[in-house]
Ligand binder design. Structure first.
Ligand code: PLP
Length: 405
């Protein structure tokens, strides 16, 4: 039976409010935002807890384990909170594995397309579960991992693309290096493999997971029984309003009962979705066919996914161009002509010194910041559940300089 075609689980979810991405954060006043030097990321505990409670419900009701994918968010001062809800972390290599091991604890998983010989011994100190990308990597490293008491898995490529528009985020795209295809699978390695891993989704609902899981079963089904675990990767937008959690739970339960495996999910985005903000200040307004506000926050340095993905972040009180009376291009202070966040409209004119608050800015932001042009990295601010904000970290010249000579 296909993963998505089981009869429905009897799942009842407690009501958890949806924050959405509208202006519901107006509860922070202008003077509160102005307590800290911009630009800064503000991470909001109540919003984290909302996401974590949804994830906990999913793991309680399905019996799966959920890990934080640190590549999306590694503000480790939040890890004591996360630890109360999640089973551990997953890492993309040595440094994230060490961070997860030292700051989070619980289970530390790691996947890398190709491990380095000169880092592997150290990695064995931090990670509990190793996922290898290819039979060659299994042959190179699995026996050493096993001898150190680690769990070992292989990443599968089910060659089943379910996403449109974001080819660079599609591990099943033709020519992808990620995961082992059916053609490259080597049955002789099965005795070494405790588990399988597949990661194919990006910001998707569980219908795409059901399609992918069915493809995994079709191609690799005969190898699933006898494994201890299957990791469904990330890209599950579980905490997004309207996400179909029933289907997710149905697919998890199907794998558990059909193959006797433990199921892991390793979302990044879903853990911190809509839980962070980037506060910026208008430095100057210039005019060239349109009004352009130069901010102290840069797309290129502080939110590179805006350019890379590309993606348009919501702006508090901001509308589409022309929707409200005053339209501005919001742009960064670097030399890059394309350092543009987007065009937005407001009810009143923007002036020098005004705050601009970008929403949904926790995921894939602070882990990707850079100091191009010598730009200062945004400070990190944490707002606790009773509404008190504190500066966690600020950055300066040394953070720019120390990487350069
Ligand atoms: C192997 C793996 N696991 C988990 C994730 C986390 O994905 P997301 O943040 O979209 O949930 C990624 C993202 O690229 C990934 O490559």
């Amino acid at each position: 039976m296909g993963a998505g075609s089981n009869s429905g689980p009897d799942v009842a979810f407690a009501e958890i409010s949806d924050f959405g991405t509208d202006s519901s954060f107006a509860e922070i006043t202008d003077s509160q935002w102005k307590q800290f030097r911009t630009p800064y990321f503000l991470v909001d505990e109540s919003r984290l807890i909302r996401n974590l409670e949804i994830l906990k419900q999913v793991s309680d009701q399905s019996g799966c384990k959920i890990l934080l994918a640190q590549k999306a968010f590694s503000m480790f001062s939040c890890y004591p909170l996360f630890r109360r809800y999640l089973a551990g972390t997953t890492a993309s290599g040595l440094h994230e594995a060490r961070l997860g091991h030292e700051e989070f604890g619980k289970e530390t998983h790691v996947f890398s397309p190709a491990y380095r010989e000169d880092e592997f011994e150290e990695l064995l100190r931090y990670a509990d579960d190793f996922v290898f990308n290819s039979p060659a990597q299994v042959r190179k490293f699995a026996l050493r991992a096993k001898a150190a008491g680690k769990s070992v898995g292989l990443r599968l490529n089910p060659e089943c693309s379910t996403q449109e528009g974001h080819a660079i985020y599609d591990p099943c795209a033709p020519g992808s290096r990620l995961g082992t295809t059916r053609e490259n699978f080597e049955e002789e390695l099965l005795p070494l493999l405790d588990g399988f891993h597949f990661h194919t989704l990006c910001e998707q609902d569980s219908d795409a997971l059901a399609v992918t899981a069915a493809a995994v079963e079709e191609k690799f089904g005969r190898y699933l029984a006898g494994r201890k675990w299957v990791n469904f990767g990330g890209g599950h937008h579980i905490t997004r309003p309207g996400y179909d959690r029933e289907t997710l739970i149905r697919v998890i339960r199907h794998f558990q009962s059909a193959y006797g495996v433990e199921v892991y999910l390793e979302p990044g985005e879903a853990v911190v979705l809509n839980a962070g903000f980037l506060a910026a200040t208008v430095l100057e307004i210039v005019h060239n066919q349109m009004e352009i506000a130069i901010l102290d926050a840069s797309a290129a340095c502080h939110m590179p996914d805006v350019l890379e993905m590309p993606y348009r972040p919501p702006v508090q009180f901001g509308g589409e161009p022309g929707e409200k009376a005053y339209t501005y291009r919001l742009a960064g202070p670097t030399c890059l002509a394309g350092d543009v966040i987007g065009d937005y409209s407001f009810d009143r004119p923007l002036r020098e010194g005004d705050l601009v608050i970008f929403e949904d800015m926790a995921l894939y932001t602070m882990v990707k910041t850079n100091t191009f042009n010598g730009m200062r990295l945004p400070s990190l601010v944490y707002r606790d559940a009773v509404g008190r904000s504190r500066l966690v970290r600020s950055f300066g010249y040394e953070d720019f300089k120390e990487r350069l000579s």
